[in-house]
Design a binder for this molecule. Sequence first.
Ligand code: FES
Ligand SMILES: [Fe+2]
Length: 466
Amino acid sequence: MADGTIAGRGRVPFEITDPERIPSKRYYDEEFYRLEVERLWPHTWQMACRLETIPNVGDWIEYNNLGKSVIVVRTSEGVKAFHNACRHRGVPLTEGGHGNCKTKGFICPFHGWRWNMDGKNTFVYGRHMFSEGQLDEADLALRACRVETWGGCAFINLDDNAPSLRESIGPVADRLEAHGMGNLRAEWWYATVLPANWKVGMEAFMEGYHVMRTHPQLQQAAPMLYNMMYGMDTGGIGIPINPNLSVRDNIKAQYKHLGLLSDGMAGMVHPKEVEIAGQLLDVELPEDPAQAVPMWYGIVQDQITKQLQAKGEPVPDLNAVAVSDPINAVEFIFPHFFLLPFFSSMSSYRIRPLGPESCLFELWSLTMYPEGEEPDPVMEPVILPYDSDQFPQIPRQDYSNIPIQQKGMHAEGFEFMRLSKDIEGLISNYQRIIDGYLKGVPQDKLAAANQKLGGNFDGKILDLGF
Ligand code: FES
Ligand SMILES: [Fe+2]
């Protein structure tokens, strides 16, 4: 509708009435899933592709979600997107994959009609057999889909009335930009099919509360960090320092933690960054660990900045951006994309529903390269079974919970998940925004609520303003 309200508002089954309780049927009920397909997904900004996969004019790549296929193409006027259906009898012009259309354009496989990269029809076989009114130029042009580029990615939205990408995601865009997100390139890309609702997948990354049990290696490497964050006897997020250890042992523990994050996550902390940290284990530091550890991180960030910049990598001044644009352990771009930044590299994730109880889970390792030394773009994910030991350790540990949690949702008597009001708030906030879409809350209000999601990792249940 013209006022940006999503059509078809109405009753929402299994609506959240207590923000601390999420009804379990939202994760498998067919009707709830159908409402998400109709009222949520077509109105959201979806990360469709990484821009390095379409570097040259004419390069295109297809994005598919929930039966809607969109072709994203680099033209001489920038990135455009088209709904993937021939204007003759609807056959998709491409079936998955990627290519370059500069010389031949898009050719329909059924009767051979053609379009150029700007969506203009360039060939109709046997034109004289059609009424003139059926071949109107504007009407034959491919239907454009909204697309915006940001952070090294193209995002599409099927709704012409939705607020812009920027209005929809808010200040998280500035933070990630300051950290050089747009300069990152994919080093590798994995995908797996998980037997779970897409929201179960997303929510496994919305709190660090599960680290103690799910990723014990991380907790063991920095026990004080996790005890301070989630333990009984301390409040708030503290600096991960063990006052009972010497400065050197504290630094060694920090270094070990970085190594585990790198082994487990590749791009999140890159091996080249761990190596630089390893050169700095003996730097002069104050005797008080409470001063020494943050100072050590400052030195590490300074050296990562300088050494990688000296190699020609477009790394921002990490200490400066840590002050000007502090970033969170996980940054979410509603509905299905999120990033884990640390120093100069990041991991990124995208989760697409394949059915009420199945999702496609993708994982990219992103890092920077000196200009001209970027590797060839990674064009397709390596698809692995979710229990493959080729996955890094940390996602493998997460994948071990996600499918079994899905099973538990069906248990007799399990009617709702109960959430911590203080640290699992992001799950509630996300789910209540979904209800907002399903109920037909005006999209400007949904965008304002979306903006509150950024920075809410390990956060509180928020008033979303609707
Ligand atoms: S359906 Fe595409 S040319 Fe006929
Ligand atoms: Fe995890």
